[in-house]
Design a binder for this molecule. Structure first.
Ligand code: FES
Length: 156
């Protein structure tokens, strides 16, 4: 698979497959593009769809601003899981920021085992401003999958 083709992100485990634990057991940081995913999160709230309480949102102007070093630093500072949600291919407000983010995500996932981080703790996907249901689904499913893996910090 080449990062030039911008395929859809790999399917994530469903809540049922991943299992579910108690709320508050894990810390998830979600980097959301201002123009798409953040607006999608807003719409999720307006539609009163469920969003996991464990989600800490970081609003960025483009997914291309989220460097792999920032993702690794987020893990280092205690995150149990990190999400990057971007504009769909062709919709990036800065032309190819999401393409760069996708390519970096693909590389990072390959490097993570050597760095001692389970790649299952990282998730990249595309969520538009209109996709409130998708935002609710991917965030809940990812949190459930991280709960199943368990927290990385002592006591979690
Ligand atoms: S502006 Fe949304 S990913 Fe670039």
């Amino acid at each position: 698979m080449s990062c030039q083709t911008m395929p859809n992100a790999a399917p994530h485990p469903t809540t049922k497959e991943a299992g579910a634990g108690a709320l508050g057991e894990v810390r998830i940081v979600a980097f959301l593009c201002n123009w798409c995913s953040y607006a999608g999160a807003d719409k999720t709230g307006m539609n009163q769809l469920p969003v996991p309480a464990e989600l800490s949102v970081v609003r960025v102007m483009c997914s291309g601003r989220v460097e792999p070093t920032l993702i690794l630093e987020t893990f280092q500072k205690g995150a149990d899981g990190v999400m990057v949600l971007a504009c769909h291919p062709g919709d990036c407000h800065y032309k190819e920021g999401n393409l760069r983010a996708f390519c970096r995500a693909e590389l990072l996932e390959r490097m993570m085992p050597q760095l001692g981080v389970d790649p299952a703790r990282f998730y990249f996907d595309y969520v538009s401003a209109a996709e409130a249901e998708k935002f609710s689904q991917v965030t809940n499913d990812f949190v459930a999958s991280i709960r199943a893996l368990g927290g990385t910090a002592p006591g979690r």
